[in-house]
Design a protein around this ligand. Structure first.
Ligand SMILES: Cc1ncc(COP(=O)(O)O)c(C=O)c1O
Length: 351
């Protein structure tokens, strides 16, 4: 079986785990520091805090910018993993859901409508599947209405907008290092910002001192693995882009498919190769029968899932019934990629 997702671990990750065991320092040590420094440098941001998950990162980011009560509206896109909206609800705020466009990221027309109507505290653009949202337009709207931009970059390690890294584009950002992510630690997350005041608020939430705090730390094992994953990120992303380009070329003439594309000024890192077809359930079933991992991303929209306030979300409501994902990761061999292409073509032609 070719799995839908497989992290690529090598001898460095194995050795660092042993080294950490031998050292006896299994949390709050050099590796956590090293990872934070290298992630900060990679993104070109001033501050980085590691936490135990992407969900925790989003939650702390929202608390740090003062999302506390029902009058604190936060705009989220209709298509994302549920943690994006759950973090807003858990923080005590009120999520408002807007539609996505054909890049599967936040539609900026509806965003502006929602900002005018709800005067939100924050906007969470999600860089879904590995491609950033339209950040210039989002920041323009945010600036004119004085709203904070919190990027959900959980799926976008190394993605770029106008040459700048996802996670360095808004006021602050949240990452996940869950097992499936382009930088995988098993579990883990990070919050990044260039703003010293926001940084201080984040610190107060997660570092014990003369105020209540939460322990959301990662261990040295996660940090050590993450450090070596980060060294391999650009190479892994290049391989993902190569495979996605091959899929796009090979699938372009197949009937009924809508393929992913890279929007102008953006570098897509294909965390997920997501495409659409009206008979996606049948395609997934047949791919699995043929030993190829495939799945739906996502079969829900956030406003329907959590019964949230929303503007019209026609595209997301349509896309949720058509989207499927096929394997795209650096550990795929050329033979596996050829097998996926041939099998996928046969299945789609036979429908
Ligand atoms: C877009 C998005 N946001 C948030 C999360 C939450 O991250 P985690 O699973 O590390 O809590 C994920 C991933 O799982 C995600 O894909």
């Amino acid at each position: 079986m070719i799995p839908i997702i497989k992290p690529e671990f090598g001898k460095e990750e194995k050795e660092v785990v042993n080294q950490i065991i031998d050292s006896g320092q299994i949390t709050r040590g050099n590796w956590t520091f090293k990872f934070k420094e290298s992630f900060k440098n990679y993104l070109n941001v001033a501050f980085c805090h590691t936490v135990c998950s992407g969900t925790a990162a989003l939650y702390i980011a929202l608390k740090a910018i003062g999302v506390n009560n029902k009058e604190d509206y936060v705009i989220v896109p209709a298509l994302s993993f549920m943690a994006t909206i759950d973090a807003v609800i858990l923080a005590g705020g009120t999520p408002v859901v807007v539609d996505v466009d054909d890049t599967y990221t936040m539609d900026t027309f509806y965003l502006e409508e929602a900002v005018k109507k709800y005067k939100p505290k924050a906007i969470i653009p999600v860089h879904l599947f590995g491609q950033t949202a339209d950040m210039d337009k989002i920041k323009e709207i945010a600036d004119s209405y004085n709203v904070i931009v919190l990027e959900d970059a959980a799926q976008a390690h190394g993605a770029e907008y106008k040459g700048k890294k996802a996670g360095s584009l808004g006021d602050l950002s949240a990452f996940s290092f869950y097992a499936s992510k382009n930088v995988a630690m098993g579990e883990g997350g990070a919050i990044c910002t260039n703003n010293p005041e926001i940084d201080e608020k984040i610190t107060n939430w997660i570092e014990f001192g003369n105020h209540p705090a939460l322990n959301l730390r990662i261990t040295e094992f996660q940090a050590g693995i993450g450090y070596y994953q980060l060294q391999k990120l650009d190479k892994g992303n290049a391989r993902r882009r190569e495979i996605a380009a091959l899929y796009n070329k090979e699938f372009q003439d197949l009937p009924g498919l809508v393929l992913p594309y890279e929007a102008e000024n953006r570098k897509h890192i294909y965390h997920i190769y997501a495409l659409r077809h009206l008979q996606r359930n049948k395609i997934i079933e047949k791919l699995i029968e043929n030993g190829i991992g495939a799945r739906v991303y996502y079969d829900y929209t956030l406003h329907q899932l959590r019964n949230a306030l929303h503007l019209p979300c026609e595209k997301a409501e349509q896309f949720k019934d058509e989207l499927l994902a096929i394997p795209v990761y650096s550990a795929l061999t050329d033979d596996e990629v050829s097998y996926i292409i041939e099998t996928f073509k046969k299945i789609v032609k036979s429908l």
